[in-house]
Ligand binder design. Sequence first.
Ligand code: NAG
Ligand code: NAG
Ligand code: NAG
Ligand code: NAG
Ligand code: NAG
Ligand code: NAG
Length: 386
Amino acid sequence: MTFSHLRSWSQTIWGIFDVVICIVMLEQFYSFPFLIRFRGAVGWYTVDLDLPPGKRWTALITDKKTDVRTLSNLANAFVPSGRLIELVDITLPLMVDTLPNPFGDEIKGIAAVSGIPLGEVVLFNIFYEVFTVCTSVVAEDNKGNLIHGRNLDFGLFMGWDVKNKSWIISEKLKPLVVNLDFKRNNQTVFKSTNFAGYVGMLTGIKPHIFTLTMNERFSLDGGYIGILEWILGKRDGMWMSFLTRSVLENATSYEEAKSRLAQTKLLAPAYFILGGNQTGQGCIITRSRLLSIDLLEIDLKLGRWYVLETNYDHWKEPLFLDDRRTPAMRCMNQTTQANVSLKTMYDVLSTKPVLNKLTTYTTLMQVSEGKLESYIRDCPNPCMPW
Ligand SMILES: *[C@@H]1O[C@H](CO)[C@@H](O)[C@H](O)[C@H]1NC(C)=O
Ligand SMILES: *[C@@H]1O[C@H](CO)[C@@H](O)[C@H](O)[C@H]1NC(C)=O
Ligand SMILES: *[C@@H]1O[C@H](CO)[C@@H](O)[C@H](O)[C@H]1NC(C)=O
Ligand SMILES: *[C@@H]1O[C@H](CO)[C@@H](O)[C@H](O)[C@H]1NC(C)=O
Ligand SMILES: *[C@@H]1O[C@H](CO)[C@@H](O)[C@H](O)[C@H]1NC(C)=O
Ligand SMILES: *[C@@H]1O[C@H](CO)[C@@H](O)[C@H](O)[C@H]1NC(C)=O
């Protein structure tokens, strides 16, 4: 069978799939109660930025200690023995001091409170940078409100539980999903959906100013060389999710966020999906390690009322085995700009395979209301592994 055979075969299969399960369509016929489709709303914790970095995570980690430990043991099971163990036990703990502030001290604080060896907490923080696949979308409604949604999919290839038809790590991550309210002077600076134990940001909102998510970009030109270089001692790039954290914490406008995300040198390629607080302010920044190689913005004049990113460059076809983009766009198109809202965006993000066995949470944000809400997800069978 040739590649193009495979390709048209897979498109046919997906074509059938889409018609069967586009939730937005089903909704019109059956009007599902909104509440039955998610497992649970996510709890809130405050992170006080006025505390020294080593103390900021104490309350959260004390609460989630057992789950963080379980996950860390599991992650260990997937790390092959020998060289890597040496890396985790000897090299990574030394590297924590080379991390920029406040990240190194925050990670040390998490290790101290959880009782997990420092190297493992560092590894845990690196893991999310490397194995995350997701879907992000920013849309503008008819009134000029910007809405930003994302599914966070994690745990690919890290152990499949045959009995439960689920990814082992993805399941263990779900209890770690938390919403965080970062405060300074007792006032919210930004909010985020995160995994307890992780100090970088993958999903966040600066209320009334901007919303931001990061998706992984698999790329042959650059790849993980930067991460290897960093481990080996050449450390002139920034961790991707440390940059998003820093932008959420310290950027004060959409424009500032955009230029920092586009111009800061990174350790690996990434997609940043950014929404602002005014009409037209929504974009996908496609990054190589060094710079922004493409910017796709909402453009109402061209009829582009939303931008949507999975894990493939928007100007190229997605990998045929992993096309979450086409079904997600089809559902956005069916929703129409007139009907886009947090609720309909949740429906789009509940459409398989946009929702799949890797999906740990869905987050919805509305910048004008300063609102972030997230849901832990289960994908009922039949459901694609990714
Ligand atoms: C698999 O399912 C069983 C029961 O349904 C549960 O006890 C077990 O914890 C699950 N395993 C995982 C890894 O989620
Ligand atoms: C912080 O703000 C909350 C309400 O927003 C208030 O109840 C509390 O007293 C404030 N704490 C301090 C120390 O100002
Ligand atoms: C944000 O800025 C403050 C003040 O310059 C700095 O201390 C802090 O480390 C910055 N935060 C991040 C995450 O970079
Ligand atoms: C939108 O963001 C800008 C900063 O970029 C801020 O000055 C302005 O007040 C914000 N608008 C609203 C309505 O919050
Ligand atoms: C969705 O609509 C856009 C704009 O009209 C179009 O370019 C795109 O091909 C459509 N995608 C799907 C999957 O229907
Ligand atoms: C938009 O929503 C309204 C009310 O829920 C519905 O009647 C209408 O058919 C929807 N329009 C489209 C284009 O889906």
